[in-house]
Design a protein around this ligand. Structure first.
Ligand code: NAP
Length: 305
């Protein structure tokens, strides 16, 4: 892929810094500039050195950019897009990494100047860590990135962005933004809501002490706590911006949970066994396509829990 003359990353946390590291690794830009609203984050990012420049001014950062990627929490997109719109060059690509897409199209789309190619994107890759120290070059290797181009999007610009993500190590798919939000509501947003809820419930359970919850966490609880440690600002914004799809899958989830509750109450072993066998097959399928480690206990070192 021909390198971009200048890439700008706005929001220098886990995802922004990982894009910069991976773009460096793949020699995908002659210059990488970064901007973050926090002076402290800018200073830490400059010290780590994954960007060539980290200006204090957002307008200076985007000047001359051929690719600008929004990597802030989704709730900040509108103010960021308003600030950069007058400084975007004709022919530049404006993209993002937000975990929801319909709201991004709604909020950012109208602010994009004519001649700028707006192509929303979402890498399905992450960890429970945040901040500029959390990023690493291999985060996107073998993972999926979904592009949600608007109808009538410039095919050449879409192909260029696809090539960029492929060179970052990702596999790339395209879909309509509303469909993306429904798919992610079930595969990502609902699991996070459940994890936040179960960890909160365990914390509040008065009959069980905090010490016991932590001591015996390896019995399953611990795996929820990893997800429930995810960034609160980012996840608040996900639920504020994907309300309809999350409520739709949550309704379905509650019905299925009620069915399992009934089976437990009735002692209906067939329903429980059938459900648990079906779900086991799903995990096997995820391992078979290389999206999860087949090692026992998620590949955790038993000696170092
Ligand atoms: P993060 O580590 O918290 O980084 C976000 C950075 O953006 C923070 O440094 C934050 O600064 C900064 N920021 C906030 N408002 C800003 C503004 N108005 N202008 C410039 N910078 C601003 O978060 P992340 O995990 O990288 O997530 C970033 C985006 O990636 C989100 O939209 C999220 O939906 C998406 N995403 C995340 C994951 C994941 O697993 N984490 C996966 C895929 C996609 P402060 O800390 O000072 O607020």
């Amino acid at each position: 892929m021909e390198a971009f003359s200048k890439i700008v990353i706005i929001g220098l946390g886990l995802i922004g810094s990982s894009i910069a590291h991976a773009a460096r690794r793949g020699k995908l830009a002659k210059e990488i500039a970064g901007f973050d609203i926090s002076a402290d984050v800018r200073a830490r990012a400059a010290k780590i050195g994954f960007c060539d420049t980290v200006p204090d001014d957002i307008a200076a950062a985007v000047k001359g950019a051929r690719l600008v990627i929004l990597c802030t929490p989704v709730g900040a997109y509108k103010s960021v897009a308003t600030a950069i719109a007058p400084h975007l060059a004709k022919g530049a690509i404006l993209s993002d990494v937000g975990s929801v897409k319909g709201a991004v199209v709604r909020d950012v789309g109208p602010l994009v100047p004519p001649g700028v190619h707006f192509i929303p994107a979402h890498p399905i890759a992450g960890t429970e860590f945040s901040g500029p120290e959390a990023g690493f070059a291999s985060l996107f290797d073998g993972r999926w990135t979904i592009l949600t181009p608007l109808p009538g999007a410039d095919a050449g610009a879409v192909a260029r962005l696809r090539g960029f993500w492929e060179c970052l190590g990702s596999q790339v798919d395209e879909m309509e933004s509303g469909h993306h939000d429904l798919v992610l509501a079930i595969t990502s947003h609902l699991p996070h809501l459940i994890a936040y809820n179960i960890v909160g419930t365990a914390h509040d359970l008065e009959a069980v002490t905090q010490g016991e919850v932590i001591k015996y966490s390896a019995s399953g609880f611990r795996d929820f706590t990893r997800i429930a440690a995810s960034d609160p600002t980012m996840w608040r914004d996900v639920f504020l911006n994907n309300r309809d799809a999350v409520l739709e899958v949550l309704g379905r989830f509650n019905e299925d949970l009620a069915r399992l509750q009934q089976a437990v109450r009735d002692g209906d072993g067939d329903v429980l066994f059938d459900t648990f066998s079906r779900t086991r097959a799903i995990r096997k399928a995820i391992i078979e396509i290389g999206q999860e480690s087949p090692a026992p206990n998620f590949g955790r070192d038993q000696k170092k829990p």
